[in-house]
Design a protein around this ligand. Structure first.
Ligand code: NAP
Length: 514
């Protein structure tokens, strides 16, 4: 039934003691099942060790003894393995896993002595790819035919769209007697591990902590429970996420996931590692995939895929927020980077100069370093507010192009060093110069910063870049990229949900995880 999936933590310790300690941690962390990976034990004495592992167990257990020909660590023969798995059944293990390749032999081996009460999971692993829907369905039928109580299929995502096939097969299986575990391994398959309650998956695996994964792409137990809120995911839960490449570093899931939960919004927010934006959108076209934050390198593609956009978005040439309009399914594109950054700068100016809202940027010189996505967003945003925009960029040609578009002036990075036509100017860095790990770099000398009333940096890692630190040392007001990030995320939250963003919570969440 869609709506309940068990969360199972694989125990990968090398000794029984380590596994028992992992089991206690998994129990305290909220796991539903512990998978005892017998093949991970450095030495294994079945009767003694299984007794220790199963006696007084705090959780239901799944006992797996994976051979190396199926991706595990056991190198011996099947006879020994079968005996150990039978013993686990006799000792009351709730689940035992056997590979499809030898499932018939195992079932024959058990005949007449199979204890009641243990569910048999018959599993198939494909470490290369995800087969077609037809081939997956045939695989399900073969696993059912061998007498499985639970079908388990794990494949590999070459592309995020591969996961859709597994979801289809899982939904189809829901009407049948035999529950299914359907997982797609690898970073591109992550959503299969999180959305299983939505698509009727019986169980999903979660690593006890980062580094203790038993298969590629496994999220940690705390991420699954706390960030993705898996226990609240149901068939009608809406899916949002950040689409990018890479996305693993994104703070989007933690900030949006926490915000959704705080207002009781029935939605989950995922990192979505996407290679081809268009095929991603056409594969996940159902209204359930309701909206996306879009990051590098897909912001231009998101604009091209939008049915309608905010007028200014066309000028900026980039969409960072995309929603499916519920009434007609049309894709509507927004850019909250420009609203987030400009409002962060304006608010700070108002606080520090006591000026009336909205008027603070008008007529000021606003220097943008960079002419990429963020540069365009800042330049158009400042122009909208009536500022006189100046663009400086490494590639001068791009600076001139952007300056022409916004009716501003272009100067070279070298000339920016001595640019000081008037007091009260604003400087916005939108290049990645100074971003982690190159934290000692800066796009403009400290000397040149004296000419500015306020310095903004779009970079949010680190929060205090060398540029901002040096500006602060000179007594110049600063605005961080974290401030822009939180504001663009608040804008996205409001577009996604139609509700006011829980600002305090979103700020605290970002600070706590930064
Ligand atoms: P982008 O489109 O790739 O543009 C990068 C810009 O940086 C270009 O103008 C490029 O100049 C310039 N640049 C790159 N390396 C340089 C170097 N070594 N020296 C001088 N200039 C250099 O990237 P983007 O999407 O605009 O992102 C830029 C920065 O903004 C990133 O650090 C990103 O994390 C940050 N950002 C922050 C937020 C937020 O919420 N805080 C949101 C969006 C972006 P050329 O034209 O010469 O190549």
């Amino acid at each position: 039934m869609a709506g309940v999936s068990l969360v199972c933590v694989p125990l990968v310790g090398k000794s029984v003691e380590q596994m028992l300690s992992e089991m206690a941690t998994a129990t305290a962390g909220g796991a539903d099942v512990a998978e005892i990976r017998l093949d991970h034990l450095a030495s294994f004495e079945p009767r003694r060790d299984l007794d220790l592992l199963l006696r007084n167990r705090p959780l239901p257990v799944l006992v797996t003894y994976r051979p190396n020909w199926e991706g595990g660590e056991y190198e011996g023969d099947d006879g020994w393995r079968f005996e150990a798995l039978l013993l686990a059944m006799e000792l009351g293990a709730e689940y035992v896993d056997i590979e499809l390749k030898v499932a018939q032999e195992f079932v024959d081996f058990l005949s007449g002595k199979r204890p009641d009460g243990t569910k048999l999971i018959v599993s198939s692993h494909n470490y290369q790819s995800t087969p077609s829907i037809e081939d997956l369905s045939i695989l399900v039928a073969r696993i059912q035919a061998v007498g499985a109580d639970i079908v388990k299929i794990a494949t590999t995502a070459v592309d995020i769209t591969d996961v859709a096939r597994m979801f289809k097969v899982m939904v189809h299986c829901q009407g049948q007697q035999v529950p299914m575990i359907g997982l797609v391994m690898g970073d591109r398959g992550l959503m299969s591990r999180i959305l299983c309650p939505k698509f009727g998956g019986y169980l999903t695996f979660a690593a006890l902590s980062t580094g203790k994964e038993s298969a590629p792409g496994q999220p940690s137990l705390s991420d699954l429970l706390d960030i993705y809120n898996i226990k609240q995911i149901k068939a009608d839960t809406k899916v949002y996420g950040v689409v990018g490449k890479p996305v693993a570093h994104s703070k989007g899931p933690i900030i949006h996931g926490t915000a959704f939960r705080s207002v009781g919004y029935n939605a989950v927010y995922l990192p979505l590692l996407v290679d081809d934006f268009e095929s991603f959108l056409s594969t996940y076209s159902s209204p359930d995939f309701a909206g996306f934050s879009v990051t590098m390198p897909h912001k231009e593609a998101a604009l091209a895929c939008s049915d309608e956009v905010d007028p200014i978005v066309k000028y900026i040439g980039a969409v960072n927020t995309l929603i499916k309009r519920p009434s007609d399914g049309k894709l509507i594109g927004y850019n909250t980077d420009y609203t987030g950054s400009i409002s962060a700068i304006e608010t700070t100016l108002q606080v520090f100069s006591g000026k009336v809202p909205g008027a603070s940027l008008a007529d000021r010189i606003f220097v943008v370093i960079g002419a990429g996505g963020a540069g365009k967003a800042l330049a158009y945003g400042a122009r909208e507010k009536g500022a006189r925009v100046v663009i400086a960029n490494r590639t001068y040609e791009r600076a001139r192009e952007l300056a022409n578009f916004v009716g501003g002036q272009a100067i070279s990075l070298a000339d920016l060093e001595n640019f000081h036509p008037e007091e009260g100017m604003i400087l916005a860095n939108t290049t990645s110069v100074g971003m982690y790990p190159n934290i000692h770099d800066t796009p403009l000398s400290k000397q040149a910063l004296k000419s500015y009333a306020l310095v903004f940096d779009a970079i949010y890692n680190p929060t205090l870049t060398r540029l901002l630190r040096e500006a602060e040392e000179l007594g110049v007001t600063i605005v961080t990229g974290v401030e822009m990030f939180v504001r663009q995320a608040m804008g996205q939250f409001e577009i996604f949900t139609g509700l006011p963003a829980p600002e305090k919570l979103m700020r605290e969440t970002l600070l706590n995880f930064h």
